[in-house]
Design a protein around this ligand. Structure first.
Ligand SMILES: Nc1ncnc2c1ncn2[C@@H]1O[C@H](COP(=O)(O)OP(=O)(O)O)[C@@H](O)[C@H]1O
Ligand SMILES: [Mg+2]
Length: 314
């Protein structure tokens, strides 16, 4: 494992294939990846970027992972302006969705690898071993076999746990977290997700998805549930919020363009409820008070998991 003092010490030119940025929430992963981008562009033909943070990501709405391919017409643009491909994880945290997190990331890398010489991946801040964070990062490294893993940490709290993976051909580079990083409170993180949902759905309209659309996932299609509208390859066409069943099939609220509805192959159930107008959201089942406002029966009180009880930063 290599330790360096600053990002100037990163040998970006040597990077090939997957490069993973790992660190706790607010450790500076996204800032570092963005800062390095011009150097990556200068030393590679066709770099790609994957925002795999479905809680506090910057390229897509919460609950999604986004691949952005490079465009030679906009060389210096960040995020890159080539084709974008999205995967629907269905949750704002990997915690109950480790498998989807890994599957999504693998599919996006498979999509990128044919067209890119290097793929930078910004990950979620879940690194706490007690919450499965180290298992998750280990799984990512085992399946993606990154050329380099850039670890942002105070000491060696993350890299010591991942160190043995260097035996599989990955290089670990540890960088200290900048003393200037700004920590966001859980409330600020929730508000940011809320804002991003609201913005995503600002041009949403009601639409019927047609009859007998295959529904992937288990659970009930209750009003307010977030769903992903998927294409044949399993990538996301658009997010939607389920409203009701009608004679023309299920009615949802979604910003999906009219022309793209014909690409719908299936929908997948998300694990959260969402008010597309306010961006308010939380775990399913939805607390009864919220559901009542929207006119649905809601869940029995005993099953309610208030969002505030989740102390994890997402
Ligand atoms: N090297 C740095 N110097 C000053 N501020 C930074 C630095 N790195 C990150 N920040 C700030 O700290 C906050 C968290 O950084 P961010 O890159 O979003 O972290 P992460 O992606 O790991 O959650 C942001 O407000 C960012 O502007
Ligand atoms: Mg980030």
């Amino acid at each position: 494992m290599e330790r360096i003092d600053s990002s100037d010490g990163l040998d970006v030119k040597q990077w090939r294939g997957v490069v993973l940025f790992v660190g706790a929430a607010d450790s500076g992963k996204s800032t570092l990846a963005r800062t390095l981008w011009p150097r990556v562009v200068a030393s590679h033909e066709s770099p790609a970027f994957i925002d795999a943070d479905m809680g506090q990501g910057t390229l897509g709405p919460p609950t999604t992972q986004t691949l952005a391919l490079f465009s030679p017409s906009y060389r210096d643009a960040f995020p890159p302006r080539g084709r974008w491909v999205r995967y629907f994880v269905g949750s704002t945290t990997p915690r109950r969705h480790m498998l989807n997190t890994i599957v999504g990331l693998s599919l996006l890398v498979r999509e990128a690898i044919r067209r890119s010489d290097v793929i930078l991946i910004d990950t979620t801040g879940l690194v706490d071993p007690d919450q499965g964070g180290i298992s998750l990062k280990t799984a990512k490294i085992e399946i993606l076999r990154p050329h380099t893993v850039v670890v942002l940490e105070h000491g060696d709290e993350v890299s010591s746990a991942l160190g043995p993976l260097e035996a599989l051909g990955t290089r670990l580079v540890s960088l200290p977290i900048s003393p200037d990083v700004r920590k966001r409170t859980l409330e600020e993180r929730r508000e940011r997700r809320q804002y991003r949902f609201r913005r995503y759905f600002r041009n949403a309209r009601k639409m019927a998805l047609g009859k007998s659309v295959p529904v992937i996932g288990s659970g009930n299609l209750e009003p307010g549930r977030l769903i992903g509208i998927l294409d044949r390859r399993g990538f996301l066409l658009a997010l939607a919020v389920f409203e009701s069943e009608s004679e023309d099939g299920m009615v949802v609220s979604s910003p999906l363009g009219e022309g793209r509805l014909k690409s719908l192959a299936a929908i997948r159930l998300g694990d959260i409820w969402l008010d597309p107008e306010t961006g308010e959201h939380g775990w399913i089942p939805r607390p009864r008070a919220e559901a009542a406002r929207e006119g649905s029966a809601g869940a029995p009180e005993a099953d309610v998991i208030p969002l505030q009880r989740s102390r994890e930063a997402t």
